[in-house]
Design a protein around this ligand. Sequence first.
Ligand SMILES: NC(=O)c1ccc[n+]([C@@H]2O[C@H](COP(=O)([O-])OP(=O)(O)OC[C@H]3O[C@@H](n4cnc5c(N)ncnc54)[C@H](OP(=O)(O)O)[C@@H]3O)[C@@H](O)[C@H]2O)c1
Length: 227
Amino acid sequence: MSDHHNRPHITLVSEVTIDGKLTVTRGASSKLLMQFMSHEAEVLLHQIRADSDAIMVGANTIRIDNSFLTVRHVPGKNPIRVIPTSKADISPDANILSPDAPTIIAVSSLADKEKCSELVQKGAHIEICGEQSVNLSALMRLLYEKYAVKSLMIEGGSTLNGYMFQEGLIDELVLIHLPFIAGGEDTPSLVTGLHPRDVTDLLKLELITQYLAGDNLITKWRVKRTR
Ligand SMILES: NC(=O)c1ccc[n+]([C@@H]2O[C@H](COP(=O)([O-])OP(=O)(O)OC[C@H]3O[C@@H](n4cnc5c(N)ncnc54)[C@H](OP(=O)(O)O)[C@@H]3O)[C@@H](O)[C@H]2O)c1
């Protein structure tokens, strides 16, 4: 059972290389890697999407991958799509604004009003959540209270993942391991932005289960609460 209240249960799902990278090289779409996922792993990913009330990815993932974030490999409903971007820096032509599901763009007070109204015209809901940047804890409460989001899936990238961990907002982690090593110092990995001073500061996880989906190893982890 989760120990949070006034926010959704939050699961981070990620496709990672053996060295924990999210993509082939900095600036490259993760779709290049995802094409090597087994059908069974794709089904798992899309089943988690269908079982979630909402899905959130970072704005840079939208700018690079131009994702739809819809359910295609299983029957089921599309989750509400949520994108945090402090200055509303999402193209009005982005696939995330397709009519397949509601899309919430969470911005800060700094966001340009004209950009916001352009996105509203494309059907997006704009939510102002923070002064300089998007306050993720406040956004989680808003999703829970205003949009009835009880389960939220996070699908990257490393910057958003890092902030979510930092705020103590991840309950579970599902990793789809891909049989590659990407290397590359500046290639985005599962998480950036955490700076543990020593071993006591490390984020601690507990393995829930592991199995094969086709030829991809799947591991599921629970994030241990330290406070
Ligand atoms: N393998 C996988 O499962 C997977 C999944 C997703 C992405 N990826 C890959 O990851 C890479 C992108 O990762 P990334 O680290 O560059 O970017 P990211 O985490 O996708 O997006 C980060 C951006 O989100 C916006 N943002 C606004 N408020 C935020 C907040 N409070 N906390 C965090 N972010 C906030 C910021 O953009 P603004 O400047 O607009 O505020 C920030 O630069 C891409 O190469 C993509 O292909 C891989």
